[in-house]
Write a new protein. Sequence first.
Lengths: 419, 272
Amino acid sequence: MITVIGLNHKTAEVELRERLAFNGPKLEEGLKELAGHPLIKEVFIISTCNRVELYLHSKEDISEELINFLSSFHSIESQTLRKSLYIMKNMDAVRHLFRVASSLDSMVVGEPQILGQVKDAFDFALERKTTGLILNTLVKKAISAAKRVRTETRIAENAVSISYAAVELAKKIFEDLSTKSFMLLGAGEMAELAARHLITNGVRAVTVANRTYERGCELAKEFNGRAIRFEDFPEELIHTDIVICSTGASRYVVTKEQMHHVMKERRHRPVFLIDISVPRNIDPAINEIENVYLYDIDDLQGVVDANMLERKKEAERAENIINEEVEKFEKWFNSLDSVPTIVALRKRAEEIKETELKDFFNKFPSMDEREKKAVIQLATVIVNKLIHPPTAALKNDSEDKDILIATIKKLYSLNGEDE
Amino acid sequence: MGTILFEIALTLYFAAAIVSMVELWMGSRATSRPVIYIAIGGFFFHTVSIVLRYFQGGYLPVTNLHEASSFYAWAILVLFFFLESRYKLGLLGCFIMPLIFVLMLSSSLLPRELKPLNPLLRSYWLPVHTFLAFLGNAAFALSFVIGIMYLVQEYYLKSKHPSGLFSKLPSLQSLDEINYRLITLGFPLLSLAIITGAVWSETAFGTYWRWDPKETWSLITWFIYALLLHARLVAGWRGRRAAFLSILGFIFVMFTFFGVTLLLKTYHGFKG
């Protein structure tokens, strides 16, 4: 039985998630303790800031014991835990992991880190040999499902934060950001973040104009740029392609007339103005000027919202892919049952017997009925004797039955349909 | 044989135009790859049909409107494939194929009979003059399409609702720059076509300029592109204005091409 037990950003507050986290030495300890349990065959633990999840392959349902384990391991009252924990079994657990790996269960749907976190969590367990055939295959399939989602849907495209949206827009106005100049007008946390994104995306010539010149110098140093006095910024506008403005002034610091003049001076080369100050510092009417693209904080938020909506639509397509992948996994998982394997093995043996007998009789058409009967009997006895030991082993409920089944399927190539 | 090849090319271009429309309608999931594959197929048959016609007639097949229109589509595609391999302008294929199809459809509806060449046109100037004119006009056709793409992309940015095709269209800067480059290619070609035409006219009729409607309208077109280049270089007219002017210029190109031949009296060969 495959089980997942855990909690995430939707079911638990950050305080509880922190207390339940398996970080540092706790992860190794927890894995060891779980792997030592007689009913647990395989286990791995995903522990990130947004989720803590235990994936297990066990002989029978051990949900209660798992809750008790979590509660005693982290010394949290089990009543508190129960309210936030979810437990899913078999294909529901499989679907859950596939959705997690594909970032459909993330706080920001489509964010790319989670797949790496799943891989790391699994590798950690793999190195400590707490996983086996089932969970190894499960994670392998989860990764390929996530990759399918990534390539077949646009779930990870489109910026979903304001500063990324600004970079995305800049790239549609200018072809090559590394040849563009950039000015930070005023400072502020969000302005600096957006500036940083622009710089990591190639912008090189950076100018900082801040009301307090010293602070401007500090920032300029950090961005590898230069600082100018705030009063000098209108002159600098003429040589600037991208401006992020956040001055905290209560009126417009850039007016339409001023911008008309700037555009004439710069021979109408395009300008991208990002005004993230509230109240706004750049006259919104400036957007009417040709080759000027002005976005304020609400405009950027609008872009982000639209992208979020797009992601949600893509998420629906992703769910279909997940369903397909879960179905495939289910087929494989069920095929690990001993009965269908015995049937398949027997069928394969019968097929071989029938073809060989047919060939044989064609070669010796002169045989009479009695002789034929004897040959058939001989073939049947040989086949039965040969397949008896594997069949008996499969019927026997042994410890490593899954591996045995997988091995027999491989040896007799009974895996016709999957992969 | 040539006719069948022409029909195959026309059918493939039709398919490419339909696929283009579907792709553009798909918005953020659009891609021009399938369109380009179909177009390459069409272009292959198209090229063979032009070559066959050249050997049947013994002259460059541009002397009646059927031939000229098909040759024009062909020239645009040559230039398009060149641009595509060099700059990878997203979705250009989807924007260009409807135009190619319209040109080919017009060509297919016009009389196709192969006539012996008018002795007046029997000259080395024929391939030189027409080739320059067609290549120049092909550059203008592409600049028209890129101008439209520019306006679409600019609309997305100015309206502050970047959605639909926004993520698939190239940046404004690259659209504007390539538009400019195409016009700097088309303009000298058109100038040379006019000059070679004048020289040819002198050797054939003894006069450089006869105010034939085709000559007049070519000159008007030339002035529009001259204005466009001048405004760009002197007054910094770029972006939207340049895009508008390249669209306007192409309207004149089309009128000179079809309008003059069909509506006005001209000795220019397209009527055969």
